[in-house]
Design a protein around this ligand. Structure first.
Ligand SMILES: C[S@@+](CC[C@H](N)C(=O)[O-])C[C@H]1O[C@@H](n2cnc3c(N)ncnc32)[C@H](O)[C@@H]1O
Length: 197
């Protein structure tokens, strides 16, 4: 009886109620932040699957050095995997949505991967002339917009690896089809440079 009374008292303790409300508010804020990011960009922070990540890693040059950009890095899984596989590279993940960027930084720190960094920014606002490689997993309109920028800025021959979506107008050097439910494709390109007029 005494135990039951103690349990009831704990459940109605103002500190417990404040904590519960705080957790609910935090969960809502995270959900709204992710939904807002998805609404703004047209794509959710859904990560590349493990298989897709593996296939993308295989399509990158073995002796990768220099800067590798993950355009729309989400929760950071792909960028961290590349950084671990290529310790001489510097992997930079640009992500517009706040919560995934913060989580990606925490994951990198916990895994002690120090050649990766995550910045909260619109990747269209950056320049990629110094890129050693680009990886991305976006959506068709995003790829169309990105295509012109990459043609203008990337040195000819720079590897560009895209999960699922083609770079419109570019001929892939290699296409890998996953044995998954969606038959996901990984497209490996070399930047062609600006279009010749
Ligand atoms: C499908 S997720 C891919 C995550 C990660 N690259 C991977 O493959 O695991 C795409 C991410 O791109 C981000 N994104 C879309 N447009 C963006 C932009 N213009 N600037 C920065 N991030 C963007 C979205 O917020 C989303 O988190």
């Amino acid at each position: 009886m005494v135990e039951r009374a103690e349990a009831v008292a704990t459940a109605t303790d103002p500190a417990v109620i404040v904590l519960e409300l705080g957790l609910i508010a935090l969960t809502l804020a995270v959900a709204v932040s992710i939904a807002w990011g998805t609404f703004r960009t047209g794509i959710s922070p859904m990560p590349s699957s493990r298989r897709a990540r593996k296939a993308m890693l295989l399509r990158l040059p073995r002796d990768l050095r220099g800067r590798v950009y993950d355009l729309g890095s989400g929760w950071g899984g792909l960028a961290i995997a590349i950084a671990r596989a290529h310790p001489r590279s510097e992997v930079i993940g640009y992500e517009i949505s706040t919560v995934p960027v913060l989580c990606a930084r925490v994951f990198a720190r916990l895994l002690r991967v120090d050649n990766v960094r995550f910045e909260r920014r619109d990747f269209f606002a950056s320049d990629y002339r110094d890129a050693a490689a680009i990886v991305t997993y976006l959506f068709p309109d995003g790829m169309a917009k990105l295509c012109m920028k990459l043609e203008e800025e990337l040195p000819v021959g720079t590897p560009v690896i895209s999960n699922t979506f083609r770079v419109p107008g570019w001929e892939p050097e290699r296409t890998t089809t996953m044995r998954d439910f969606h038959r996901t494709r990984i497209y490996a390109y070399r930047a062609p440079g600006p279009p010749q007029i």
